[in-house]
Design a protein around this ligand. Structure first.
Ligand code: FAD
Length: 542
């Protein structure tokens, strides 16, 4: 797999596809789970341009694919978010007389044939879609390319997800980067010397002719509603009201989230307390929270980060739009990325997203349950259901870990620093296999993204590209004091501790914890630390 990563294979197969089939009756854009938008969407814009030049209608296809969601441990929240976004997209497309044709297809193996036969029934000869960099999805699209010849259909797979697409940036030796800093230096230099290539916005699709509604094949597609269920997923289990409130769907909501971070004063913080950083940073410095980001981003007790990840990972907003907005804010013509300013630091995080997609596309084994650092495959893990469940439920007796796990269990989202703390705690303090945590995150997160999630887990478990050195174990108590100096974060999410004031909230004395009904720590950090150091130092020895 490593010798022949599937992305170049897909690009070759796409190039080898039939050149110029005869004009069909329509053009189809296949929208995927990661590009749920009509603004600044490359494949959609190209499909629209082709439809205009061929004078045929544009049709948008979406396939709900339950087996894929199971295979990727997709959270119900994410599936619900997908359906909510699709409904909004359907209304927007209807205004353009473009039908959104949503189908459900259960058996993932037969998906390429099903899609191609739908395309045939729509009498199209051109398919457009954005590339998904996950291994199975790349293989699926390679298969589409192979089969499409028989169907006399030309597939057009294009890059859209990242600012700089995987495969472009390489080391001096022509290899994919495995260290972030040189990648990021190349990323910013390449971007700034080709700003328009990488950042230009794609136009929204042009309106179809009204006649499409009377067409015997395309007209009925307008009547097909976006379903409110997906086979095998009990969406009624999730707290839909909370999800809608915390993560409203649609491009407008995404824009609001972005502008709340970049331009305007923050709303009342989602975690309850008013935002005291507003007085220090927002109000005095252009009222933009991003300005303070470089100094306060690791604080979880305040609303210090953008919270744009659910929208970025579902493609409700493009990464390009985020970077462009950062340029508008500062009124600059070159992209700023670096540690010295808030905007620079924030853009650097978006570069991390590109980096992990590059890693996934170049070293697909990381998504096949393999550690990037092969020697770490022999690290000995504990098998302890009780500890795993305590971690999942936020009942470890370590307040910062429990607050973070309860946050993800209720909001489907967790602050970045907290993700690092709980991932380190699972893989080092509990010595439980990081893949269990990676999976649980995907099952809970609304922003679950294989590349970033796998990258984050392998970083924390010291098994990945450019990982945290294994001997720099986080001490959850000192991390807690740094990330939650006021204790508001813990108090907000850990009900039992909501009235506990002062530093004790980070590590409540046993007597107080017992009285409040809060669990005692399931491990003692100082003791288990040594076990982790031993096992990581010489994998396979113990
Ligand atoms: P901001 O700080 O405002 O950053 C802006 C954007 O930059 C984010 O929305 C995200 O798209 C990107 N970004 C920020 N940090 C990272 C990072 N470390 N790696 C990659 N991209 C980043 N992010 C996901 O989108 N999906 C995941 O499934 C995911 N799983 C993670 C698991 C672990 C164990 C760790 C340590 C990190 C994970 N991240 C994941 C990265 C990061 O935690 C989230 O992107 C971030 O917390 C989202 O909050 P925000 O939008 O407020 O981020």
């Amino acid at each position: 797999v490593q010798a022949d990563p599937p992305l170049p294979r897909l690009l070759r197969a796409n190039k080898d596809a039939i050149e110029d089939p005869p004009k069909g009756n329509c053009i189809v854009y296949w929208m995927r789970m990661n590009d749920l938008r009509i603004i600044d969407n490359r494949a959609l814009a190209q499909a629209s341009a082709r439809a205009v030049s061929d004078s045929v209608p544009l049709i948008v296809l979406f396939v709900l694919s339950p087996q894929d969601y199971v295979a990727h441990d997709r959270s119900k929240r994410r599936i619900d978010f997908t359906l909510r976004n699709l409904r909004i997209i359907k209304s927007s497309l209807t205004l353009l007389d473009i039908p959104l044709y949503t189908i459900m297809h259960t058996t993932r193996r037969t998906l390429p044939e099903r899609v191609l036969s739908i395309l045939q029934s729509l009498q199209t000869t051109q398919l457009f879609a954005n590339i998904e960099y996950e291994l199975d999805e790349l293989r699926r699209d390679i298969r589409i390319c192979q089969l499409a010849k028989e169907y006399k259909i030309r597939p057009n797979f294009v890059h859209d997800k990242c600012i700089i697409e995987p495969g472009v940036l390489e080391t001096k030796n022509g290899k994919a980067y495995t260290v972030y800093s040189p990648y990021q230096r190349n990323w910013i230099a390449t971007l700034n010397s080709n700003i328009s290539t990488y950042l230009d916005s794609s136009p929204i699709p042009q309106r179809n002719s009204i006649i499409v509604r009377q067409h015997p094949i395309f007209g009925p597609l307008f009547e097909i509603a976006v379903p409110d269920f997906v086979d095998g997923f009990k969406l009624e289990d999730i707290d839909k009201e909370t999800m809608q409130k915390v993560w409203p769907a649609g491009a407008d909501a995404a824009k609001e989230v972005l502008s709340r971070f970049l331009h305007t004063k923050s709303r009342v913080s989602q975690i309850g307390a008013a935002d005291p950083l507003a007085s220090e940073a927002e109000v005095s410095e252009k009222r933009s929270r991003v300005i303070a980001y470089k100094d306060v981003r690791d604080r979880a007790d305040r609303d210090t980060t953008s919270r744009i990840s659910p929208y970025l990972s579902a493609g409700v907003i493009s990464a390009r739009e985020c970077v462009r907005a950062s340029m508008v804010l500062l009124d600059i013509t070159k992209v700023e990325a670096g540690r010295t300013t808030g905007v620079g630091k924030w853009v650097q995080e978006i570069a991390w997203r590109d980096f992990y997609n590059n890693v996934l596309a170049s070293y697909p084994r990381v998504s096949m349950g393999r550690p990037f650092q092969e020697k770490m495959a022999d690290v000995k893990w504990e098998v302890n259901e009780e500890h795993l469940n305590a971690w999942k439920q936020g009942k470890t007796g370590i307040p910062i870990v429990d607050a973070a796990m309860r946050q993800v269990n209720t909001m489907g989202w967790m602050h970045n620093r907290m993700r690092m703390i709980v991932a380190m705690f699972l893989s080092k303090d509990l010595m439980l296999d990081w893949r269990l945590g990676e999976r649980y995150f995907m099952e809970q997160l609304i922003d679950g993204d294989l590349a970033s999630n796998n990258g984050g887990w392998q970083w924390s478990a010291s098994t990945g590209v450019d990982p945290a050195p294994y001997f720099r174990l986080f001490n959850p108590y000192s991390q807690s004091v740094k990330a939650d100096p006021t204790g508001d974060y813990i108090r907000h999410f850990v009900e039992e501790l909501k009235n506990l004031r002062g530093p004790e909230v980070h590590n409540p004395p046993v007597k107080i914890a017992d009285k409040l009904g809060y669990p005692r720590p399931i491990v003692q950090h100082q003791e288990v630390r040594e076990r982790a150091l031993r096992r990581y130092k010489t994998p396979g020895q113990e």
